[in-house]
Each structure stands twice: as structure tokens, then as C-alpha cells.
Design a protein around this ligand. Structure first.
Ligand code: FAD
Length: 509
């Protein structure tokens, strides 16, 4: 491994990523794949061994597919096809998050279950493919000096607190978790979205077959709200809300935990992998970027895990950021594009946190009157099924018209390939024969970072989408969000002028 002190003498890195959790590792893959010189700084010597996230969604799987790790990630996950059931103290069904065995809009299952350390190992093996990415494990970032022009300087210490030199980078992305130093240097404030509740998280490895639901159950029992999940293989997770009178210092002891799980399993059935009290938070930062510094993942937002969306939001952050950093580092566009990162992502992340907080209100209710009303309303109104949200990005590098700013599905093309397999991490333009003939003849569309899909190759799903939208053409961004749809040659002409690197820089400008 190169020492940062030696690396410090060399030219600045293009990007320094602080934190090598799932979000930092995904960004390292994205920027490594794009050929940038990247330093990853991680204070720990090895992957965080304790499981936290257990679920991600189809859009996130598509990001892993985009960094060439779809098959490797698939090998350590299982598709979740049965959804999530919210039941009351009498095991009556209140609310269902629908599950399906069919493939979802992203060309894969809608939900995936996994063991976080195994996923992180796959992401790190992915990073090892890129000689242009250097990982400094056991290096704690303790200070950031922004006074120089052209780069930021990171001060480093080893795990034992010994100085470990400095490292320079043109951009710094803090994927450094809930206590982010990069966020502190940015001076971002945190908005409190209302939910802060300690829960006991209990992971067990079954020793033998036990009759347990193979889907997630939210036990909305006011005496002790709990969640039970089938993770992967023999792994099962219980999350148990702490109640008034519980002692957070002792509740994780086996003699307290096993009795709470007695209706499902006992020590004769399973080995306890770990049992830890976490406080679930709902917060979002104001100020995700200033000049060379940015934050992503838990550094920018934290959500209670009732939707399994904390890490997912972080992966979406870096999918949004990676192509913008790439365009800025190439000099195709000025770095004000990076300001659209927060304006687009913040409302999107907020929508998921707010839904998780509302679900938390359903699950965590303990007041008898509130619980009685909740159960009555749900049961009288039939069991409610809620769909997975697909919010629009906030204002930024998309037109905002119609469905622009929402994530685009990943259908198969006429030759059977998935859309992203054909277009890679580029912009993609597809349209009617007339629109594509015009684009093929226009030199502004002939660029390495744009895939032009011919009418013959797009296949029925995309043709149907164009017809349904009455669109002549559509432009997808490298993160697969729809930049704009246009309805004729003049609008297509204006869209060409708005690509990064041409005169105007926003699709709605
Ligand atoms: C009980 C529980 C259940 C969850 N379930 C889900 C779920 O099902 N689905 C889901 O999507 N999310 C879930 N989450 C949330 C998910 O685990 C987190 O959102 C995710 O791990 C955040 O990833 P990250 O890379 O942003 O941060 P982290 O994983 O926290 O990684 C940050 C890294 O930065 C390093 N670091 C910090 N400071 C420095 C520094 N100064 N210098 C160098 N390195 C530094 C840390 O050592 C760490 O390795 C759950 C969380 C919990 C607690």
C-alpha cells in the first residue's frame, strides 16, 4: 500500500473519498471505472463486522450492475418476493407493502436481502480492479484545509493517533457516516425530522429449521413493538423497541433478550450473532456541498430503518454525484453542476425519511387510545397496501416537465440486452425514426458520453413508452434519471444545445 506521505508529493488526487462503508465503496467503483485518480481514506483496518442494513431495492441493484458487480452482488443476496406485513397485537393484518415474484421496473427483483459485511466485501473486491484507486485503510481524516487554490488538503492520523501525513485532492466526498468530519468542516446544520427511538437489534444464525415467516413482519404490538426479518440463508433479524423502564445498558444481555423472542425461537434453535442497542434517527443535512467538499450517505441523512432505505439513499446519492463529478473533472461543464446534487437529492431522500417516520408512527404507537384508533381505522378500511415510493428529484439538471426527474425503468432492448448493458454509464438518447435521424445527422450528439439508440434496437417497451408519452425523443442521464422528453425537432435541437460541454448547461435553461 502506498503511504499517504509519499502520495502527498505527487499531483493531487482527483477525488478523495473519506469513509469506506457501502456508500464510499460504491463511489470508489464509479470513479475508478471512469478512470479518475481516487484516494479512499478509512479509519478502520477492516470491514465493519456487524450487520446493519439487510435490504436494498431494485434501483440500487441497478447501480451495482452499472459498476460491473451485478452478478457478484446477486451471489450474496436473495430476492425478497413476499413484501412486508404490519400486524397488530392480535396478529391481524393492518398494512402490507406488496411483494412480487415478477421482475420489477429495473430489470431485476424489486427487493434484495443481504448481510452487509458480505456486500461490502464484494464492493471492495470491485474497487481492487482499478489501479487508479488507492485505498488507505487505518487512516483517520482529522482535518481538512481548504486554503490552497486547486485542491483541499486532508490531515491524516493512524488508528493509534500518530500523525500520518497529508493528502491533497481536487474534490473531497465525505462518505464518513453519521459523525462525519466532512459535514462538520462544511458547517452543515442538521434538520430534525422527528423520530429518535432506541431499538435493540438482534441477529441470529438458526441452528436448525424453525417455522418462521419468510417475509418481514412489523409487529405493531403496543406492549413491545418488534420487527422480524428473514435475511439470507440461516440468518434472521429481530428489531425490538426499547420501552420505558428498559435499561439500555443491560437489555442486550442474553437473559433479557431470549425471553422476548420466546414465541419464535430460543437458545436451543439459534446462535446469537450480535445484539446491540441503536438509536434510530431521522435527520437531514442542510449544505451538502461547498466548493471542493461534499457529503453523501449517512453523513447527509439518516432514516429509521422501517423501509430499509438508509444505505439505499446513500447509494442513490453517489449515483447522482458520480456522473456530475465526471463531467466537471473532464471540464465539460463548470462545477456549479455540483450544486444540483443537493437540490436534486435532498427532497428525494427527505420523501423516504418522511415515509419511514410515518411508518414508525404506525409501528411504534403505544398509547392505548392511539393504538385502538389505528387498528380500527386500518381494519375498517380494509388492509391497506402501500406502494414503494418513486419521488421526483428536486430542481436541477432535468427539465421537471412531465415525468422528467424520475428514475427511468430498465427494459430489455430488441436484442435481449438490458438497457444499461447497452448504454453503460453515458447519457442515452432514444426516439422515433425521424428524431433519431435528425440526432444522427447532428454533430452535437456525436460524443463519447452519449449513446444514441437506433429505432431498430430499442424494442417494444421503449417504443411503447414514447407513444404513451407522445414523445419524439427522450434523454436519460448517466444515473438513469430522465433529463427530458421532447415532442419534436425544435425541442430536440434545444436539448442538444443543453448537453454538458455545449453552450447552456441545464436541460430547462
Ligand atoms: C439496525 C440498522 C438497520 C438498517 N437497515 C437498513 C436496511 O435494511 N437498508 C438500508 O438501505 N439501510 C439500512 N440501514 C442503514 C445503513 O446501514 C446505513 O445507511 C449505511 O451503512 C450507511 O453507509 P455509509 O457508507 O454512508 O456510512 P457508514 O457505513 O457508517 O460508513 C462510514 C465509514 O466512514 C469511516 N469514517 C468515519 N469518519 C472517518 C474519518 N474521519 N476518517 C476516515 N474514515 C472515517 C467509518 O469508519 C466507516 O467505515 C440500517 C441501519 C441500522 C443501524
Amino acid at each position: 500500500m502506498i503511504e499517504p506521505a509519499r502520495a502527498a508529493g505527487a499531483a493531487p488526487f482527483d477525488v478523495a473519498i473519506v469513509g469506506y462503508g457501502p456508500v464510499g465503496a460504491t463511489l470508489a467503483n464509479q470513479l475508478g471505472q471512469a478512470g479518475w485518480r481516487v484516494a479512499v481514506l478509512e479509519r478502520e483496518q477492516r470491514i465493519h463486522p456487524l450487520p446493519r442494513a439487510i435490504h436494498f431495492d431494485g434501483e440500487v441493484m441497478r447501480v451495482f450492475q452499472g459498476i460491473g458487480l451485478g452478478d457478484a452482488v446477486q451471489a450474496v443476496t436473495r430476492p425478497g418476493i413476499k413484501g412486508m406485513h404490519f400486524v397488530n397485537a392480535h396478529d391481524q393484518l393492518l398494512l402490507v407493502r406488496g411483494g412480487t415474484a415478477a421482475l420489477g421496473p429495473h430489470g431485476c427483483a424489486n427487493n434484495h436481502y443481504f448481510h452487509q459485511p458480505e456486500l461490502e466485501a464484494v464492493l471492495r473486491q470491485g474497487v481492487a480492479r482499478f489501479p487508479n484507486v488507492t485505498v488507505f485503510e487505518g487512516h483517520d481524516v482529522v482535518g481538512i484545509d481548504e486554503s490552497a487554490s486547486g485542491h483541499a488538503k486532508l490531515a491524516l492520523e493512524t488508528g493509534t493517533g500518530a500523525p500520518a501525513g497529508t493528502l491533497r485532492a481536487r474534490y473531497v466526498v465525505g462518505c464518513d457516516g453519521a459523525r462525519s468530519i466532512v459535514r462538520r468542516v462544511l458547517g452543515s446544520t442538521m434538520e430534525d425530522l422527528g423520530l429518535h427511538q432506541p431499538w435493540l437489534v438482534f441477529d441470529a444464525l438458526l441452528r436448525r429449521e424453525v417455522a418462521l415467516p419468510d417475509y418481514t413482519v412489523q409487529h405493531c404490538d403496543p406492549r413491545r413493538p418488534m420487527t422480524s426479518c428473514n435475511v439470507t440463508g440461516r440468518r434472521r433479524r429481530w428489531e425490538i423497541m426499547l420501552m420505558p423502564g428498559d435499561d439500555p445498558d443491560t437489555i442486550a444481555r442474553p437473559e433479557h433478550v431470549w425471553p422476548m423472542l420466546a414465541r419464535w425461537i430460543g437458545p436451543q434453535d439459534a446462535d446469537l450473532e450480535r445484539c446491540v442497542v441503536y438509536t434510530f434517527h431521522s435527520v437531514i443535512a442542510h449544505g451538502w456541498r461547498r466548493a471542493r467538499l461534499m457529503i453523501a450517505g449517512d453523513a447527509a441523512h439518516q432514516t429509521p430503518p422501517f423501509l430499509g432505505q438508509g444505505m439505499c439513499a446513500g447509494i442513490r446519492d453517489v449515483a447522482n454525484l458520480a456522473w456530475k463529478l465526471d463531467a466537471v473533472l473532464h471540464g465539460r461543464i463548470d462545477d456549479s453542476l455540483l450544486d444540483t446534487y443537493e437540490s436534486e437529492r435532498e427532497p428525494h431522500a427527505r420523501a423516504f425519511i418522511e415515509l419511514a417516520v410515518r411508518l414508525g408512527d404506525v409501528i411504534q404507537a403505544t398509547d392505548p387510545a392511539v393504538v385502538e384508533r389505528r387498528d380500527r381505522e386500518f381494519l375498517q378500511g380494509e388492509t391497506r397496501i402501500f406502494e414503494f415510493p418513486a419521488p421526483r428529484l428536486g430542481p436541477g439538471w432535468h427539465s421537471g416537465a412531465g415525468v422528467a426527474g424520475t428514475v427511468f425503468p430498465q427494459p430489455r432492448l430488441a436484442d435481449g440486452r438490458l438497457l444499461d448493458e447497452r448504454v453503460g454509464s453515458r447519457f442515452a438518447l432514444f426516439g422515433t425514426p425521424a428524431a433519431m435521424a435528425a440526432a444522427m445527422a447532428d454533430p452535437r450528439w456525436q460524443r463519447d458520453d452519449v449513446a444514441l439508440l437506433t429505432p431498430a434496437e430499442i424494442g417494444e417497451p421503449l417504443r411503447g413508452w414514447l407513444a404513451g408519452q407522445r414523445a419524439a425523443a427522450a434523454l436519460l442521464r448517466p444515473d438513469r434519471y430522465l433529463a427530458d422528453r421532447v415532442d419534436g425537432p425544435e425541442a430536440l435541437d434545444r436539448l442538444a444545445a443543453r448537453l454538458p460541454g455545449t453552450h447552456s448547461q441545464r436541460p430547462d435553461a
